[in-house]
Design a protein around this ligand. Structure first.
Ligand code: ZN
Length: 244
């Protein structure tokens, strides 16, 4: 069987003496691990089209077990992003998290399109060399968009347990095991271990609300404080560790 796919290359690793295993996020079939025969030989034709982060058109031959890449053509290499160290580090983090969160052969065109929009946005920003905080805001916003599309949406306005509207407080409690914010009375009643919850400031919760209601390219126009970026980065890291 031959499969024609559009893919974002998530990662690759060496396999055997001359081959590589590629972890691909295909638009049509979700996450796949396929073999690149001879990909480490000098002059290998397919390898330059299958570097992590690239968007490529590929053909996979598959009978039993893992498929093998028989054709690859890079459509977007994100050349500016690759040259901008801070942007590249941020993008690698998003790609690694996406790899962790996706199940094998479980198509998610909405997540694929979100990741592609993110890479394209970071490419445009890298060409202009913006501040690290702009990369951080776009990146944090993207994490929330991806988590949301995978079913882990977090509402910054309602209590995940009782559904009541969260009162305006200086601090908000996010409970990892509940997957959302809980109001003060639910938190008191829940006896959640301290290590399963996270306190967020009102500013961080407001920023989260803006992240969830804006498109990824428009996040680049937002101004978000350094402390808020750090709070949301911690929330993202703990949520991803919790759900993956
Ligand atoms: Zn409640």
């Amino acid at each position: 069987m031959q499969m024609n796919c559009e893919t974002i290359v998530l990662a690759h690793r060496d396999y055997g003496e001359r081959d590589r295993l590629y972890t691909l996020f295909t638009r049509e079939r979700g996450k796949l691990t396929v073999r690149g025969s001879g990909a480490r030989k000098s002059g290998a034709k397919l390898a330059p089209h299958l570097e992590p982060l690239m968007r490529s058109h590929i053909v996979i031959a598959k009978n039993r077990g893992r498929g093998t890449v028989t054709f690859a053509l890079c459509e977007e290499s994100f050349a500016h992003l690759r040259e901008e160290a801070l942007a590249l580090e941020a993008a690698r983090g998003v790609v690694a998290a996406t790899e962790k969160l996706l199940r094998d052969e479980d198509p998610h065109t909405d997540v694929y399109d979100t990741l592609l929009t993110y890479l394209r946005t970071m490419e445009v920003l890298s060409a202009r060399t913006v501040s690290w905080r702009t990369y951080a805001v776009v990146t944090q916003g993207t994490y929330f968009h991806i988590l949301s599309r995978l079913g882990w949406h977090v509402s910054p306005t309602t209590c995940v347990r009782c559904g009541g509207r969260l009162a305006q407080h200086a601090q908000y409690t996010y409970v990892l095991s509940e997957g959302g914010f809980v109001c003060a009375s639910c938190y008191r009643a829940s006896r959640v271990p301290a290590q399963h919850s996270l306190e967020l400031s009102r500013d961080a919760v407001a920023a989260l609300h803006v992240f969830c209601t804006n498109t990824i390219p428009s996040l680049a126009k937002l101004t978000v404080g350094e402390d808020v970026c750090d709070e949301l980065a911690l929330l993202t890291a703990r949520r991803i560790a919790w759900v993956s």
